[in-house]
Design a protein around this ligand. Sequence first.
Ligand SMILES: NC(=O)c1ccc[n+]([C@@H]2O[C@H](COP(=O)([O-])OP(=O)(O)OC[C@H]3O[C@@H](n4cnc5c(N)ncnc54)[C@H](O)[C@@H]3O)[C@@H](O)[C@H]2O)c1
Ligand SMILES: O=C(O)CC[C@@H](O)C(=O)O
Length: 394
Amino acid sequence: MFQIKTFNAIASEGMNRFGKDKYAINESDQPDGVILRSQNLHDFTLPESLLAIARAGAGTNNIPVPLCTEKGIVVFNTPGANANAVKELVLTSLLTSVRPVLAGVNWVKTLEGSDIDAQVEANKKQFAGNELVGKKLGVIGLGSIGAMVANDAYRLGMEVMGYDPYVSVDTAWSISRRVQRATDRDEVFKNCDFITVHVPLTDETRNSIGANEISMMKSTAKLFNFARGEIVDTEAVIAALKEGRIGGYTTDFPEEKLLDCPNVTMFPHLGASTEEAEINCAKMAARNLKRYLETGNIKSSVNFPMVDMVFNSPYRITVVNKNVPNVLGQLSTKIANGDINIDNMINRGRGDYAYTLFDINETDVDKITTVAQTLHDIDEVVRVRVIPQPTSQY
Ligand SMILES: NC(=O)c1ccc[n+]([C@@H]2O[C@H](COP(=O)([O-])OP(=O)(O)OC[C@H]3O[C@@H](n4cnc5c(N)ncnc54)[C@H](O)[C@@H]3O)[C@@H](O)[C@H]2O)c1
Ligand SMILES: O=C(O)CC[C@@H](O)C(=O)O
């Protein structure tokens, strides 16, 4: 039985994938797997039992990823599964930022009397706005969300400029050739009427939009942040808004100090909050976690390499180890010394750590367990698992 712990409400369409025959949910404080949304795990003591964490979402800054890597805990996310939901909210924000439609709707609710039509025609000019067509949108970060925003903004008639020095080949293929590529981020700040940021929170991106970047923006330009609050220097934004040096700031990450600042729109972290996105993320997170627990194969991990080997032998030994020379040699020698024949193997490194699968032609569990113990004796080995052949491949 695998023990799964959940944090946050995870859509049942995902949780149902953990069949009751193999999985117990929230019954143990020594889980094999954790599945969560935005719960902060930085202060959570990672139990020794923990093999993997699946984030039903894109950002993994709520998880202590480097510590997980050191402990051989695989962290998964669900790239793209909520991208459309975020894109639709970004487009909603762009459209409502140029037309005060919500203010107009709320104003109509306050009307009284039998001459409402006359009041409407006399006052509607206060809710007039502008159009997006022909205006320039800058998209910083052209991943799952940024690429969709760029393509759809172009379809709405905007000029679009994108910046992403690390864009993946797959995403690059999906971006319209009409989206201008900025080679320098400053071009985006200097030229665009709207700037939207879609990068992960990393050491490089933290506070990466600050006073310097804001000073390059047009005084009418509006900044949109649906990525993470910490990417934008809030104090610099407040100063610019108060002095009228930029036109507006929309964020999905409310902060107290922004509450009474002019031209700020805040959403309560709603980017991924659609039924469809929650279901997509839950299903993908559950699939990632199940695949790893039942086969050792890794897909969509943020800290370990992708590994996908067909499981055709009675048992598989998986090893997480430091990525240094001669560990693989020691591992295979110890397996051979235990009189076990290797059918198939794969070894992949990522940064300081590597992951190896050995499919073994052996059914004697005691013999396999004894050999697995000897693998632990190698200094560089972090974690060893023995997995029986599953009834289905993933
Ligand atoms: N508001 C929400 O509810 C919500 C929902 C989903 C994602 N997000 C946030 O949005 C982020 C992006 O999501 P995604 O699904 O598009 O992720 P993604 O991994 O598909 O795309 C991120 C892109 O950012 C690029 N990038 C990284 N560092 C960069 C830098 N310094 N400059 C420019 N580009 C850089 C990468 O190359 C990649 O193309 C997530 O990490 C998460 O923090 C928020
Ligand atoms: O789970 C959520 O509601 C938000 C997820 C979002 O911030 C993400 O990074 O995918």
